[in-house]
Design a protein around this ligand. Structure first.
Ligand code: 4AD
Ligand code: MG
Length: 464
């Protein structure tokens, strides 16, 4: 059997081939002349292929004329030039085998358009829609670019653990992993839950970031990246937060913050360039149906230098902007989404890299500057989405790292192995984390992060 994807069958090069296509019916239209047009989709591309089903087919009256959206079929036929404007080719069916019916009375995707909110209730069926299909193909292309980019730059792919005993971000937003019986956990003589009797003999959690373990491998192998699921139990019901999301985190020995920012900029440009080149049909769909600014935004990322400015400069710009912000602009306070949007959308209309943040609002591991007020942190902000990358040069000096841990109420004993990296052959090093879903949001223009991941996990929601 000469199997062809819809993508391949749509190419003029396929004309003249006898081929087998397999997929799901999107629509059926019967012509008066005694044949039917079927639109077949198999997920290989956004477009369908038109199948001409002649009344002479053995099962035309009994089956073909009853096909409806969602039915699964195998079509054997000849690829021929199409008379239609929409497509170069069409398939003239010699045989149509029906695998599965989809009762039009109950199949939810019968109706042409549903809201994205409604589609979230059907996480098992929404991949069959144009929007989710396009999102998933672009997401896949981005993941491939992530690996291509870091492999070509000489980074080694390292798998950091998903279950961990340490809190990288120190924000306490971790999911606990336990096999203790919640109704009757083992208890200490004093009555507290006795995690010494838990599976790992101590409290354990789902990781919020692979960075700390990434640093272990970077300070041995030079340049590494980790790419996997991360988990945060923050109760934030926003269009940019998930409880389970994917993060790619490069970490490089002998990198300073300048190297780190340059790497981040090359990385984002590479992803955007690959998507623009390889996903033109899906990107045209996002431009027309989701957000008509998305192509311009991507081209400007690919072509223009990112704007770099220190946190202090950003505060000055915001304070002088004359904008009415809901949250006050004040040196020392974290930037809010409205501030990020002003900088990326109104002021620069481009990605912005902010660096040198106040020490009090950033994690303990970021390298302290000589001013002792700021740390070598950097965030990459993009229009619409805001923060897409967070990173820093790491504190490689043992005494200052200890000072920072005490300041943030962390117990150095819990991080003895992290401190050992500073005791034995310490080196300057830096890295960052890109949230995959925020990147997919930026690239596709999708407004809600729940619509760029197959199965979104958010507070109160983990149905599938
Ligand atoms: O800025 P964050 O918290 O940085 C870290 O975790 C560092 N340890 C990374 C590193 O230096 N290796 O998170 C990094 C990125 C954010 O910029 C954002 O894109 C994404 O991860 N992110 C989330 N994405 C979706 N839902 C959430 N709840 C997210 N929290 C962070
Ligand atoms: Mg951050």
């Amino acid at each position: 059997m000469d199997k062809l994807s819809v993508l391949a069958a749509r190419q003029p090069a396929a004309i003249g081939r006898r081929a087998t296509l397999q997929g799901w019916i999107r629509t059926r239209r019967d012509s008066k002349g005694g044949f039917s047009f079927l639109e077949l989709n198999d997920g290989s591309c956004l477009a369908n292929i038109q199948v001409i089903a002649d009344a002479k087919l053995a099962n035309y009256e009994s089956e073909v004329k009853h096909l409806s959206p969602g039915c699964s079929v195998t079509v054997r036929g000849d690829v021929k030039p199409s008379g239609g404007k929409e497509q170069a080719t069409e398939v003239h069916a010699a045989e149509i085998l029906v695998h599965g019916w989809a009762d039009p009375e109950s199949y939810p995707l019968q109706k042409k358009r549903h809201s994205l909110e409604k589609l979230r209730e059907w996480a098992h069926l929404r991949p069959r829609t144009n929007t989710m299909g396009a999102v998933m193909r672009v997401r896949n292309r981005i993941c491939r670019s992530i690996h291509d980019f870091f492999q070509e730059e000489g980074f080694l792919y390292v798998h950091t653990p998903i279950i961990t005993a340490s809190d990288c971000e120190g924000a306490g937003a971790m999911f606990r992993v336990t096999t203790l019986d919640p109704a009757a956990p083992a208890r200490t003589p004093a009555g507290a839950v006795d995690f010494a009797q838990d599976f790992f003999g101590k409290p354990a959690y789902l990781t919020v970031s692979g960075q700390l373990e990434g640093e272990i491998y970077a300070t041995a192998l030079g340049k590494i990246y980790t790419f996997g699921p991360t988990f945060r139990a923050e109760n934030s019901n926003t269009s940019r937060h998930l409880a389970e999301f994917w993060m790619v985190e490069p970490e490089a020995a002998f990198f300073d913050l300048e190297d780190d920012m340059a790497l981040a900029e090359r990385f984002l440009k590479r992803i955007v360039g690959d998507v623009l080149r390889d996903c033109p049909e899906d990107m045209q769909f996002f431009q027309e149906r989701i957000d008509d600014t998305v192509l311009d935004a991507l081209r400007s990322v690919a072509e223009r230098d990112f704007q770099r400015l220190s946190y202090t400069e950003a505060i000055d710009i915001l304070a002088a902007s004359g904008e009415k912000f809901e949250f006050p602009v004040q040196w020392g306070a974290d930037l809010q989404a409205e501030h990020e949007r002003y900088l990326t959308e109104k002021k620069f209309n481009a990605p912005v890299i902010l660096y040198d943040y106040p020490r009090a609002i950033k994690a303990f591991y970021m390298r302290l500057n000589d001013d002792r007020r700021t740390v070598r942190a950097m965030d990459v902000l993009v229009p619409r989405v805001g923060e897409i990358i967070g990173g820093s040069q790491r504190e490689e000096r043992l005494d200052i790292l200890l000072e920072r841990m005490h300041e943030q109420g962390l117990n150095p004993d819990d991080y003895w192995w992290y401190l050992d990296l500073r005791r034995y052959g310490t080196v300057p090093h830096a890295g960052f984390g890109l949230g995959l879903e925020r990147m997919v949001q930026f690239v596709t223009g999708m407004a809600n992060i729940r619509d760029v991941i197959p199965f979104p996990r958010t507070p109160g929601s983990a149905e599938f």
